[in-house]
Design a protein around this ligand. Sequence first.
Ligand SMILES: [Zn+2]
Length: 150
Amino acid sequence: MTDTAPTVDPAFEAAYQAAQKSLSEGGIPIGAALARNGVVVASGHNERVQHGDPIAHGEMSALRAAGRQKSYRDTTLYTTLAPCAMCTGTIIQFKIPRVVVGEAETFPGEFDLLRSRGVEVVVLDDPRCVEMMRTFQDEHPELWAEDIAE
Ligand SMILES: [Zn+2]
């Protein structure tokens, strides 16, 4: 776990900005970005509310935006929140070797499953992400419950 040093990774910032964009649209503030060698391939955000699409989690939207990739072995998936079981399954399926997560305080995700399949998980403990999710979960408990199928 890191200290509160500001995050400067541009791929993580792309994920964070995507989450903010979703929030500004009235959506769930979770963003993600796929990067290769530090360069953002694509970013996306949760679109459940915007598109009425139940599987449009941030990670899924970023991967959809990235289009077909021959291989994901040299990629990193960035996400503002710990990946759920669905997104974890997709990460495993595509053999994405590394996931960088903004925070896992407001949702634990599936780190054990990811690590059991050899995926490196890095947690940034970014206070902006915690604040963003806490506020959203407090203000929209029904949307949040729906997103994580509670
Ligand atoms: Zn998910």
